[in-house]
Design a protein around this ligand. Structure first.
Ligand SMILES: C[S@@+](CC[C@H](N)C(=O)[O-])C[C@H]1O[C@@H](n2cnc3c(N)ncnc32)[C@H](O)[C@@H]1O
Length: 211
């Protein structure tokens, strides 16, 4: 294979400003994990293979609004912005203000909007940016360790904001999230990415078009 697991870890540092800019994305992510382990749920960011596999089914040409929950240090954002159309928007939501401050400094791209808030409020957050619905929502939230009821509220809010034909893309270290997705979504595809620390479950939950 010729690659080490470290080679698979995104390590983009260019353009970082602000209070968190003096340390690498890995160090920042690990420091915040030590401060908020249950909210972050992982000691290092996702691998490149997880990013490629998770985003592979996205139809970029038809995407106007792509929402990401829990972007952390922006591991997915780089690839999303590379693929996103010039007139589309990537809106990221994180409860950790350190990450939001870091990302605002990192991405000087007019298509990028970073909001400090909770995914539970995604409906109000996209409305405040002038959107009625999202084409895709991506989540790296640690659903199994979130406070009681938060996972259910996020799954319901996500289903409400997705357009018919849209999808909720979820990467998780356990299949716990299926119990939140199955009652709401019309179909769910799943896979397992071994080239991640730890190996990661991938779920694509689809909201069907009307008959
Ligand atoms: C596992 S980390 C995500 C890492 C990153 N997306 C990656 O691929 O490496 C989980 C993130 O979810 C954020 N988070 C936790 N609860 C949240 C919520 N209710 N709404 C939005 N973000 C949340 C945490 O602050 C953290 O940045």
């Amino acid at each position: 294979m010729g690659e080490s697991l470290a080679d698979q870890m995104p390590g983009h540092t260019a353009g970082a400003r602000g209070s968190a800019a003096a340390i690498s994305p890995f160090a920042l992510f690990f420091r915040e994990f030590l401060r908020h382990p249950a909210m972050i749920g992982s000691i290092i960011p996702s691998s490149k293979r997880t990013i490629e596999a998770m985003l592979a089914p996205v139809d970029w040409a038809s995407t106007k609004l792509f929402v990401e929950y829990g972007p952390g240090v922006g591991t997915f954002c780089v690839t999303i912005l590379e693929r996103l159309a010039p007139d589309a928007t990537l809106l990221v939501i994180d409860t950790n203000p350190v990450f939001i401050d870091y990302l605002r400094g990192k991405f000087a791209d007019t298509r990028f909007v970073a909001v400090h808030g909770s995914a539970t409020d995604v409906g109000d957050i996209i409305a405040a940016q002038g959107f009625e619905q999202a084409d895709y929502v991506l989540s790296g939230l640690p659903f199994s360790t979130l406070p009681s009821g938060v996972g259910e509220a996020i799954a319901e809010a996500t289903h409400r904001v997705l357009r018919p034909g849209g999808s909720f893309l979820v990467y998780q270290y356990s299949a716990y999230v299926l119990r939140l997705l199955e009652p709401l979504f019309d179909s769910i595809d799943r896979d397992l990415e071994w080239w991640n620390v730890p190996p990661c479950g991938l779920f694509w939950a689809h909201k069907a078009l009307p008959e």
